[in-house]
Design a protein around this ligand. Sequence first.
Ligand code: FAD
Length: 392
Amino acid sequence: MTDGSSLPTPHSEVITDVLIVGGGPVGMTLALALADSALRVLLIDSRPYGAWADDPRALALAHGSRQLLERLNVWNAPAATAIREIHVSQRSGFGRTLIDAEDYGMPALGYVMRYRDLAAVLAARIKPEQLITRCSIDKMETGNDNATVTVTHEGAARRITAKLVVHAEGTPGSDPDVKVHDYGQHAIVAEVRPTPAHKQRAWERFTPDGPLALLPLGADYSLVFTVPPDKSAALLKLSDEDFLAALREQFGKRLNFTASGPRASFPLALRVRQQITGQRQVWIGNCAQTLHPVSGQGFNLGLRDAWELATALLDHGAGDPGVPTALAAYARGRRIDLRGSMAFTDSIVRLFSNDIPPLRFARGLGLLALDLYPPLRHFVARRMIWGARAWP
Ligand SMILES: Cc1cc2nc3c(=O)[nH]c(=O)nc-3n(C[C@H](O)[C@H](O)[C@H](O)COP(=O)(O)OP(=O)(O)OC[C@H]3O[C@@H](n4cnc5c(N)ncnc54)[C@H](O)[C@@H]3O)c2cc1C
């Protein structure tokens, strides 16, 4: 497929069973999970086809996510780098632990893949007639039997009627139903070349500015360097050489870095939608919950949203995917995973992003406990490998 399609014949009303708004990795996963069903599925995205190619992020994918993507036949093996171990430590404090895939009899704790490599494979499997790009919602009305959406596409207003509208538009803007906690941090992402070679070891280093993660990606590390907003602006302006010096200073002496790719920055906040279902609509992925990237949970969680939603619609929809019983089954089924992933990620950020001496000491004890008390380490490892539950 080389481009998204257009809506058919102007002036005609488009009717579908499931309208997915947002063709990011979560929306596309849902479209693929429903592909073999009898449901008519339409996916719209406001950006042009292939806009993901500019996304600078790399994503840590849990082993469970790999299994899920394999089931959909979209696992991009050549683009994935395995994480064999994760070293966790704090700057200017004692305590460290090492989580090793071998201890769990696993080939890897997870994988690292560029957002764009993931999105490209997903997009290539979507049927062209199901994906409409440069198309955004202007208005939406819901009733007992369906939702009516007015979109702008190719300069004209069009109407789409759907039994269910799935919101997968990514991080929400201002919305009274979304609770926001601003972490006062920005994440700078870049690909950096380490020396010595990474040997598939990831690093999670907690600093008073925020967490710093290095994820093995090809021969490089994908860096997530969390700092306060003013520091982020200054780091973006530095020359590569000065940026690498700042990175060495923050990370410590265990590794050296010899080259850096382009840098980009993302503001970080926790955004949680209070109701993930409504009349003839449902919210999934970042649109339902946007997490801090510290524990690499966001997309993994969104992927499980998409999978579980497809399952609920097929198991409980009886041909009508927007019936309240199907949406209630979905919301019920997601509760533990969503709450657990949010609490896990949020507590790590709050506990580790400060330099208060008693907390630094407590963190050291926590890291020591992780190292010395295997059940605690296994809990963290299982979350990395599977998320909140294992996929069969
Ligand atoms: C620095 C950083 C590092 C991260 N690292 C990890 C990690 O290691 N592991 C992990 O699991 N997660 C990670 N994440 C989180 C991950 O990127 C997100 O969870 C994931 O991208 C969410 O996918 P999505 O499809 O829900 O949303 P998005 O990727 O944001 O896609 C949303 C799509 O909706 C479209 N859209 C937006 N508005 C509209 C509209 N009105 N109409 C139509 N279309 C619209 C957009 O064009 C886009 O294509 C990280 C995030 C950041 C910022």
